[in-house]
Ligand binder design. Structure first.
Ligand code: URA
Length: 434
């Protein structure tokens, strides 16, 4: 087999066989196929797309390029949740303890943030001492004993995807739905859960700017999951403005704790409930969405979710008292208010711009080795639909350097769009793909 012929075949829109896909992925991972040939292939896929069976073969070959976790040592149906990435997305921090409080095992592999989106692992590191470098044995033990453990993705999880993603990132070939679906699902399948609930974001802060593309991606991922023998469901959610009011690691952790205390922002809780219902149904712990929602609400009312979060933080080496005294979490020393200059209604808050403002403050990574400042971020005082007068505070910047705060100020001003007429409410949940 020659890589040249496989590229040629895809260039003319033909369907690649399982053997051809295995040849190219295995060869590329071993370094036998050079970047320039793989780049040509990725671009050909961007133009010609892939059929369902090709996407499945690509996913499974990437899954099998490294370690595939065997979670059979954990009792019960293991449900994983994954978000395609957004700004202010702290749903995992809220949802994982809610689900675990119901006795459903949550064995989660998470990542760090890159670019304008945040990562769960960074947020958890706001608790001093917290560690996500667990051995597999510790990971299984924690899930069996307290129903919740979060571990950083190991180096050996789908290494083929790691190499290919880095290549796609620099060759403008990231945003093809089949490639994204295969990339995400190869890692999810390698992480070993029995069921997968996907939060597919759509809007200006998401990979999929158009709702239609988000549905295409959701459908592709659900098909892969099912074809690989896993229960899979995708919830398509709004990312046309940041989720909740807090953006930035420590601020988001505080908002997650507020949510676990039953005082979460409406949009955050809508997403939490929509995903949580699917997780509970997938774990076969409720007969109907109504019953599942009732169970979720109870974990907040009786504080079992908050207690579970504290137990989890302590178990992984973090300071438990911070869960009950979130005012002690790291916080930047400069607070700068972004002032409104135009009367009307907030029609848009460009999530990507807000994410970039947080990045400018030092709250995100520009390269995978960047050191991030957990204490900086942005609190959105006004959200889409709110009426605003001249002089109102739109947002509050938390910074450690005034020049960075000023840079963020400019981006936040650009992110807020105000119009004269009131705007109608935008649904948070766009649909569910089963
Ligand atoms: N996230 C991934 O893991 N892979 C992609 O291709 C896009 C987003």
């Amino acid at each position: 087999m020659r890589m040249y012929d496989i590229i040629q075949k895809k260039k003319y829109g033909k369907v690649l066989s399982k053997e051809e896909i295995q040849f190219m992925i295995e060869g590329y991972t071993k370094g036998e196929i050079p970047d320039y040939q793989m780049s040509a292939m990725m671009m050909a896929i961007c133009f010609q797309g892939m059929k369902e069976e090709e996407t499945l073969h690509l996913t499974l070959t990437m899954r099998d390029s490294g370690e595939v976790l065997d979670l059979s040592q954990i009792t019960g149906i293991k449900v994983d949740k994954h978000s395609t990435g957004g700004v202010g997305d702290k749903t995992s921090l809220v949802l994982a303890p809610m689900i675990a409080a119901l006795g459903i095992p949550v064995a989660k592999m998470s990542g760090r943030g890159l670019g304008h989106t945040g990562g769960t692992i960074d947020k958890l590191e706001c608790f001093s001492g917290f560690s996500t470098t667990l051995t597999e044995k510790q990971f299984y033990e924690n899930v069996n004993q307290i129903h919740l453990a979060i571990m950083e993705q190991t180096q050996n999880l789908a290494p083929a995807d790691k190499k290919l993603y880095a290549l796609r990132d620099v060759t403008a070939t990231v945003d093809e739905p089949s490639l994204i679906a295969a990339s995400i699902m190869s890692k999810k399948l390698a992480a070993g859960a029995d069921a997968i609930v996907l939060d597919v974001k759509t809007g200006n802060g998401a990979f999929m700017k158009q709702e239609e593309d988000a549905f295409t991606l959701a459908y592709e991922m659900v098909q892969i999951g099912k074809n690989a023998g896993k229960k899979t469901v995708a919830v398509i959610t709004d990312m046309d403005q940041p989720l909740g009011n807090a953006v930035g690691n420590s601020l988001e952790v505080k908002e997650a704790i507020l949510s676990l205390n039953g005082c979460g922002p409406k949009d955050v809780m809508e997403v939490v409930y929509a995903l949580g219902i699917e997780m509970i149904l997938a774990a076969e712990k409720a007969e109907s969405p109504e019953e599942a929602k009732h169970m979720l609400k109870q974990t907040l009312q009786n504080k079992t979710a908050l207690e579970k979060f504290a137990e989890f933080i302590e178990r992984q080496g973090g300071e438990k008292r911070l869960v009950y005294q979130p005012e002690l979490l790291p916080i930047a020393h400069i607070q700068l208010q972004v002032i409104n200059t135009e009367e009307g209604y907030v029609s848009k808050i460009l999530a990507e711009e807000i994410g970039l403002a947080c990045l400018a403050l030092g709250g995100g990574r520009t390269t995978k080795d960047s050191v991030i400042d957990l204490s900086v971020g942005i609190l959105l005082n006004k959200k889409r639909g709110d009426m605003v007068k001249v002089g109102d505070t739109l947002a509050t910047i938390y910074a450690n350097h005034m020049e960075l705060a000023k840079e963020a100020y400019g981006k936040i001003v650009c992110a807020y769009q105000v119009q004269k007429e009131p705007i109608s409410a935008v649904p948070m949940i766009k649909g569910i793909v089963h």
